[in-house]
Design a protein around this ligand. Structure first.
Ligand code: ASP
Ligand code: MG
Length: 402
């Protein structure tokens, strides 16, 4: 008998019909003789709606009360799914995060899982119950409810699979898997049968929002193979796994990220410690910096250009203004830009990958502002208006239709 963990996201349980559909997937798996633990998210936009309700009353609710509120979304889902499974006629029990043994750190809103005391889940499986667990939540050392951060149910599922050494961890969503590019926008984009954890992490942070980043980090750490698939049809999905076991493709995907702001600071003194001071100020404000470019400017000064997410742009400009004595026009911020990246574990051993990407952009007459590379990724910063064209051109160059 195999133990299978199945996770269903908010869109997969959005209404009664979808819940019934999930119940039938779960009970089919159970009736094939498997032990099944199901993790569910809140229905549809429930979490957003709850947040809105909170802000109607108080623009600065405490994080503790926020978690108390948000955990209710998943509580509804587990009960409803259990009822649907009862209706089909299989034995089932629903559990909240704390009942399933999720102990977390105490930071409300972004708690991390510390341990899972799995006795209750195991006891229910021994009774041949299907176990339905509320994702995204746990309990801290003060016996208070906590949440794991938006999209946290993926992490709940991977954590259970790791703790109980599940044979399979299936993440059901409303797309069929991970694609070489956004299939709604890029002609010829196709589903990948498999992808490595590292590639998935790059693609996840680059905006291919299929799996929550932390869940992939956890899967990598505990070597949990994840199968991403659709709850709406029976097509095969994408397996996310360790890279050593698989064929290395040069480029596995092309991603676009428009949540980028570029900040340029000119005329900084060309002396040691300037970059340290500047980025130190940003670090103090917990602002994450992505691409950095430094160059020597006129009169022995230096220019520093870097990118941050749009939400951090204003704060970053403010931080620099208040800590350096600069002219009014020395700092500029541009938000009409996009980052286009190619990702693939195979490119570390392939010279010429970067130039092939730049050629594809040149042929489309697209200007590159900044470039950054890592072992498995090359990113360029370009004008936002060129982004979709750039993705298509680069996709065509590296992943032509077979
Ligand atoms: N319901 C939570 C959210 O919307 C958790 C999740 O969906 O994974 O962020
Ligand atoms: Mg959700």
């Amino acid at each position: 008998m195999a133990l299978i963990v199945q996770k269903f996201g908010g869109s997969s349980v959005a209404n009664a019909e979808r819940v019934m559909n999930v119940a039938s997937i779960v009970t089919d798996t159970y009736r094939q003789g498997n032990d099944v633990i199901v993790v569910v998210s809140a229905q549809g936009d429930t979490t957003d709606d709850l947040i809105e309700k909170a802000f109607e009353l108080n623009s600065k609710p405490s994080k503790r009360e926020m978690d108390m509120l948000l955990t209710a979304g998943e509580q509804m889902s587990v009960a409803l799914l259990a009822m649907a499974i009862e209706k089909i006629g299989c034995p089932v029990v629903s559990l909240l995060g704390w009942q399933a043994g999720f102990n977390t750190t105490s930071t409300y809103g972004t708690a991390r899982i510390k341990s899972i005391k799995a006795d209750r889940m195991k006891a229910e499986l021994d009774k041949r119950n299907i176990v339905v667990v509320a994702g995204f939540q746990g309990i801290n050392k003060y016996d208070d409810l906590t949440t794991l951060g938006r999209g946290g149910s993926d992490t709940s599922a991977v954590a259970i699979a790791a703790a109980l050494h599940a044979d399979r961890c299936q993440i059901y969503t409303d797309v069929e898997g991970v694609y070489t590019a956004d299939p709604r926008k890029v002609e010829g984009a196709r589903k990948l049968p498999e992808i490595t954890y590292d590639e998935m992490l790059e693609l996840a942070t680059l905006g291919a929002q299929v799996l929550n980043t932390r869940s992939v980090e956890m899967a990598k750490k505990y070597n949990v193979e994840i199968e991403v698939l659709s709850s709406l049809n029976k097509a095969s999905g994408t397996i996310v796994k360790d890279g050593s076991k698989m064929e290395k493709m040069l480029v596995r995907g092309v991603a676009k990220d428009t949540d980028v702001a570029r900040i340029s600071v000119t005329g900084m003194p060309n002396t040691p410690g300037v970059a340290f001071r500047l980025f130190g100020k940003l670090a103090q404000r917990k602002i994450n910096v992505d691409i950095i470019l430094q160059s020597v400017g006129r009169d022995g000064t230096k220019d520093i250009t870097f990118t941050v997410s749009k939400a951090n742009a204003e704060d970053a400009v403010e931080a620099i203004r208040s800590s350096f004595d600069l002219d009014e026009d020395a700092i500029s911020c541009d938000t009409n830009i996009a980052k286009v990246s190619i990702v693939g574990a195979g490119m570390e051993s392939h010279p010429g990958t970067a130039s092939k990407m730049f050629e594809a952009l040149f042929e489309e007459d697209i200007n590159i502002d900044m470039i950054s590379t890592s072992e498995i990724k090359i990113s360029v910063l370009i004008d936002a208006n060129d982004a979709d064209r750039a993705v298509s051109a680069v996709h065509k160059a590296f992943l032509p239709e077979e």
